[in-house]
Design a binder for this molecule. Structure first.
Ligand SMILES: *[C@@H]1O[C@H](CO)[C@@H](O)[C@H](O)[C@H]1NC(C)=O
Ligand SMILES: *[C@@H]1O[C@H](CO)[C@@H](O)[C@H](O)[C@H]1NC(C)=O
Ligand SMILES: *[C@@H]1O[C@H](CO)[C@@H](O)[C@H](O)[C@H]1NC(C)=O
Ligand SMILES: *[C@@H]1O[C@H](CO)[C@@H](O)[C@H](O)[C@H]1NC(C)=O
Ligand SMILES: [Zn+2]
Length: 507
């Protein structure tokens, strides 16, 4: 059984003050000129990097931790989850820091509705056993009346991706479905449409199964994930025709709140050729999120601040996404509402999420032109070349949809980024490459209360912020040698292969 503490739901609308609202995509008539004629020197990577200091970064981290504490009244601990006071104040902090930069940037907010789920209590009993690995899917609806349902388990045919896989007698019962092919959300929906009162999706691979149902559907039923190991004896019983009477109970809510992205763009620079860079402004509800993604958000704020000493040739657009932790909501919304013409102006998107994990590795997303929009690989190589030039080691990590770059690469925009590791385990080899401790998580406080100021490695954060400055300076000055944009394109190629959407497994 999983016990979640009952958090008070905050209906507060997280928007920054209304006078800051401006048109969203920064229409070009607001742009004064594309060739710089002022007195500032053209941005140069070495001098921009030289302006990055650990002191400035940690000053900002201190401010962010204080902001996270403003949620204590409702959550009993610091957090910057969307809908919380801590998140609202994070947005205000970003807005007020940008305001200090005068008219170097145009500021805009993009409010959007965000679906949020919370599970307060859950319980699954299969026959006479209580499986340890049973875990409610994110965004699951509750069982009927938020009460336990008592029903037999019914084995669903194949992998439960077709209506015909659901036998008639699943109606009023609990559907038992194997993982595979289609999304967890699709299975839950089909189970609901067939009249099931709950669903259990069991893993076809080793380990437990925690994922998300994704966009709510009226047909979704209360859904658990279960390890393949614990499912196996149950499947055998069902195949032998034995009855497995069960209890499913989920007390949860799924509701919609308002939150907002913040987007800024240099007034100067060619508005038809933008380099875009983003991090996420929100944390999970369990903690203050100073590494995830306070580090990336503050890195962007510091680079945006230092950039104002220079002129730029290409436009630079920074984004602070909201709702990343609920499933990349802000970046999805942004890209989905981008007209094709605007999509084409974004030459590339760089994602900066978790820049200073305490047990870090220098990780570069293995984005290649073979499977991602052309240009992604050139960006990957920019990071590789920089680490190499500094005599630092790096590793490639999968570019598999776990952060805000996802919507961009699905829609034809080249993307990439760097990270320092979340719940993955550092190898012996990586200990030799980066220091730290093999066998531990890269970030032992990932998504926990202890993701505070002490959870950011100063060296890694400084190094990576310098690299972010390098990436921004390089493309702000020139796109020479960087591939021209290909047409905005629909997502299907990537969609079929993506296992993750944000931190959650979707299939
Ligand atoms: C969200 O914003 C919309 C439009 O401003 C408003 O109609 C709606 O009531 C808001 N929802 C919540 C939950 O505050
Ligand atoms: C990077 O991705 C390419 C495919 O796009 C693959 O061939 C290569 O093995 C990957 N490298 C690593 C180190 O994962
Ligand atoms: C890079 O990794 C190697 C081991 O593969 C190690 O000997 C070397 O010291 C590392 N370099 C740095 C700068 O940490
Ligand atoms: C940051 O990481 C480096 C390399 O692993 C280590 O030497 C240093 O002590 C770490 N700093 C902190 C504050 O933990
Ligand atoms: Zn993150």
């Amino acid at each position: 059984m999983i016990g979640f503490s009952r958090l008070s739901l905050i209906a507060a609308v997280a928007t920054v003050s209304a006078q800051l609202q401006q048109p969203l995509f920064i229409p070009s008539e607001h742009v004064l000129e594309t060739e710089h004629t002022g007195s500032k020197p053209l941005v140069d990577t070495e001098s921009l990097q030289a302006r990055i200091t650990t002191e400035n970064l940690f000053k900002r981290a201190d401010a962010l931790y204080d902001i996270a504490k403003s949620s204590e009244e409702h959550f009993n601990h610091p957090t910057r989850v969307i809908g919380s006071e801590g998140h609202r104040k994070t947005l205000e902090y970003v807005a007020s820091e940008i305001e200090k930069l005068g008219d170097y940037y145009k500021f805009s907010t993009q409010p959007f509705p965000a679906v949020m789920g919370q599970v307060f209590q859950s319980r699954l009993v299969l026959g006479h056993s209580v499986p340890e690995s049973a875990y409610p899917m994110s965004l699951t609806p509750p069982t009927s009346g938020k009460e336990p349902v008592y029903a037999d388990l019914v084995l669903v045919g194949n992998v439960g991706c077709e209506a015909s896989d659901y036998p008639e007698d699943v109606s009023g019962k609990i559907a038992f479905i194997r993982r595979g092919t289609c999304s967890f959300g699709a299975k839950s929906e089909l189970a609901g449409a067939a009249g099931a009162v709950a669903a259990v999706i069991y893993n076809s691979e080793a380990g437990g199964l925690s994922g998300t149902l994704g966009t709510p559907s009226p047909n979704h039923v209360a859904t658990f994930g279960l390890s393949g190991k614990e499912a196996e004896p149950v499947v055998e019983k069902l195949k032998a025709g034995d009855v497995v009477d069960s209890i499913a109970f989920i007390d949860s809510v799924v509701n919609t709140i308002n939150t907002t992205n913040i987007i800024i763009q240099t007034v100067e620079g060619d508005p038809d050729n933008c380099v875009m860079v983003g991090g996420h402004s929100d944390s999970v509800s369990d903690g203050p999120g100073i590494n995830d993604d306070g580090s990336g958000s503050l890195t962007l704020l510091e680079v945006a601040t230092q950039l104002t000493h220079y002129s730029v040739k290409n436009c630079v657009r920074f984004a602070w996404w909201a709702g990343e932790e609920e499933g990349l909501l802000g970046s999805d919304y942004y890209v989905a509402t981008l007209p094709d013409e605007e999509n084409m102006k974004i030459r590339l998107f760089m994602d900066y999420d978790m820049m200073g994990s305490p047990n870090f590795a220098y990780q570069v997303y293995n984005a290649t032109n073979a499977v991602n929009p052309t240009g992604s690989e050139q960006l990957r190589d920019l990071y590789v070349d920089w680490y190499t030039s500094k005599g630092l080691n790096y590793t490639f990590i999968p570019f598999d949809g776990r952060s805000d770059y996802d919507a961009f690469i699905r829609n034809g925009i080249p993307g990439g980024g760097i990270a320092t590791g979340a719940e993955g385990i550092k190898t012996k080899e990586e200990e030799l490459m980066f220091g730290g401790k093999a066998g531990d998580w890269y970030d032992p406080c990932y998504h926990q209360l202890c993701d505070d100021i002490g959870n950011v490695n100063a060296t890694a954060w400084l190094v990576n912020t310098q690299l972010v400055a390098h990436s921004v300076a390089t493309f702000a000055a020139s796109f020479e040698g960087f591939p021209k944009r290909e047409a905005a394109k629909a997502a299907s190629v990537y969609e079929e292969e993506t296992l993750y959407h944000g931190r959650y497994l979707v299939r």
